[in-house]
Design a protein around this ligand. Structure first.
Ligand code: NAP
Length: 249
């Protein structure tokens, strides 16, 4: 391994939105950022690598389906072969396929659960082997405010995010004896490509529920993730940190 490398950070769904900003926030000369994406547009990934390199870091992005065990294992195998370790895993990849419960297609339920929840499970299971040997590691799962509150039209997404919170707490208990912390960050409404397409009426209704009267920015979330990944957060595990402008208290 390159002896100048201090930290290996993995961000799933890191090609755009919150994941890209997390990669950028973590980037410095001693950090290598590995990220993946579903491959809908590889230009996003190329731009992310450039942004991280311009900020003085180093990055590599790969097309990986986090819902596929084979993809996930191959991805981490490459990282461990190159670096010998993984210090931080951020399970950020997520999708929405919204629809009312009574009309929701089984395949839309399965797809959202597979990427948002099973994807995190597969990544944790794979990386835990490396982190357990290191006797150190940080895992941060991207939940959502709706995982606590519920949200009409998002039964699949909400179930996946509520499930992630349970997964976080269980993984935290299992991995704590090996020096690994596991926490969740639950963003409220954040300005990203995921929310950009929502109708103005929905956005206005959301804004009315936010005491701080603004939507969050990816940076608001990335700062909390960076803190949880840092030495300063070494006594925090199994927690859900809310970043939502007061939308849920
Ligand atoms: P986004 O802009 O839509 O970005 C999602 C990222 O996930 C992209 O990099 C995407 O890759 C990747 N991805 C999707 N499916 C994948 C798969 N099967 N395997 C690997 N990567 C995959 O979303 P965002 O708004 O930044 O959200 C990031 C996370 O925060 C999600 O978990 C989301 O649920 C959560 N969150 C967001 C908000 C919000 O208001 N934005 C609020 C609460 C929680 P491609 O670009 O290739 O598709």
């Amino acid at each position: 391994m390159n002896k100048d490398l201090n930290r290996v950070v993995v961000v799933t769904g890191g090609s755009r939105g919150i994941g890209r900003t997390i990669g950028l926030r973590m980037a410095d000369a001693g950090t290598r950022v590995y990220f993946n994406y579903s491959g809908s547009d590889s230009r996003d990934a190329e731009e992310t690598v450039k942004l991280i390199e311009d900020a003085g870091g180093s990055a590599w992005g790969a097309r990986v389906n986090v819902a596929s065990q084979q993809d996930v294992q191959d991805f981490f195998k490459k990282i461990v072969e190159e670096c010998g370790r993984v210090d931080v895993l951020v399970n950020n990849a997520g999708i929405t396929i919204d629809g009312l419960l009574v009309r929701m297609k089984e395949e839309d339920w399965d797809r959202v659960l597979a990427i948002n929840l099973k994807g995190a499970f597969l990544c944790i299971q794979t990386v835990a082997k490396t982190m357990m040997k290191q006797r150190a590691g940080r895992i941060i799962n991207m939940a959502s405010v709706v995982g606590m509150m519920g949200n009409p039209g998002q039964a699949n997404y909400v179930a996946s995010k509520a499930g992630l919170i349970g997964l976080t707490k269980t993984a935290a208990r299992e991995l704590a004896p090996r020096g690994i912390t596991v926490n969740a960050v639950a963003p409220g409404f954040i300005d990203t490509p995921m929310t950009a397409g929502l109708p103005e009426k929905v956005k206005e209704a959301m804004l009315a529920q936010i005491p701080l009267k603004r939507f969050g920015q990816p940076q608001d979330v990335a700062e909390v993730v960076a803190f949880l990944a840092s030495e300063k957060a070494s006594y925090i595990t199994g927690q859900v940190i809310h970043v939502n402008g007061g939308m849920y208290m």
